[in-house]
Design a binder for this molecule. Structure first.
Ligand SMILES: CC(C)(COP(=O)(O)OP(=O)(O)OC[C@H]1O[C@@H](n2cnc3c(N)ncnc32)[C@H](O)[C@@H]1OP(=O)(O)O)[C@@H](O)C(=O)NCCC(=O)NCCS
Length: 213
């Protein structure tokens, strides 16, 4: 993805992210550390976590993924944030923004995405982190819109999209070009949230994270 394309989705150049840490009530979102490799490889190898992806990832694929995320941060000033618990510092996965690199009608775009270790599911961590990522994406990065997409079977991910106020238009469902024809993960849903919708506070009344603390 070229800088020219990425700049079509934002208003102006942004403040850098090299020393930035995002915080929520329970979570810290930060750049990646060497100590993240082991727990991230473990969750990437877990068939439950990777159920809605074509396959789990190997250790080498995990290292390459982190390298790609850090390069994305350096080039774009935003990325997929390594996410840890403030209480105890456990690495739990990632939540963040990325620029997808495949061809689809809604490109260019910036996507919000998440992947947490199974033991941390069901506690509202993903929507809690995602709300802060949206705030950073709209306020600091100055994006005009953030999208999210997933396989139609990934109901957990769609629940997070709904909790943070994103809207699904079934007319925009699409076949992911990187998934083999006929594969059960081929069909995807697309959710969107514009900066104006975010400013109007869509999703604020569903902040389950606050009720869990
Ligand atoms: C999607 C994901 C990040 C959600 O994180 P989370 O912090 O558990 O989010 P929430 O606590 O808000 O739970 C979201 C939904 O997941 C489901 N869920 C929660 N805990 C679950 C568990 N232990 N087992 C199965 N489903 C569970 C529930 O349907 C929940 O919705 P609800 O709150 O209305 O009941 C997490 O499930 C995950 O990492 N999945 C694998 C990676 C992935 O698919 N990423 C998205 C790719 S597009």
């Amino acid at each position: 993805m070229t800088r020219e394309i990425s700049q079509t989705v934002r208003r102006v150049n942004t403040v850098g992210a090299s020393n930035l840490i995002l915080e929520t009530n329970r979570l810290r979102l930060r750049r990646w550390k060497a100590s993240d490799v082991e727990p991230f490889a473990a969750l990437n190898a877990d068939p439950i976590v990777m159920k809605n992806f074509p396959s789990p990832l190997s250790l080498d694929q995990t290292k390459s993924f982190i390298g790609g995320v850090e390069a994305h941060f350096e080039f774009e000033n935003f990325g997929l944030w390594a996410t840890e618990l403030k209480d105890g510092g456990d690495f739990i996965g990632f939540v963040g923004l990325s620029i997808p690199r495949f061809s689809a009608p809604f490109m260019p775009c910036v996507e919000i995405g998440w992947r947490l270790a199974h033991k941390y599911w069901g506690q509202g961590y993903a929507p809690e982190a995602a709300r802060e990522v949206l705030r950073d994406g709209f306020e600091r990065v100055k994006l005009l819109e953030i999208v999210s997409f997933t396989a139609t079977s990934n109901v957990n991910s769609m629940r997070v999209m709904e909790k943070i106020g994103m809207k699904h238009n079934p007319a925009e469902d699409f076949d992911h070009p990187n998934v083999t024809d006929g594969h059960h993960l081929k069909r995807h849903v697309l959710y969107r949230l514009t900066v104006d919708e975010w400013k109007r506070g869509i999703g604020c009344d569903r902040d389950v994270s606050k009720t869990l603390i």
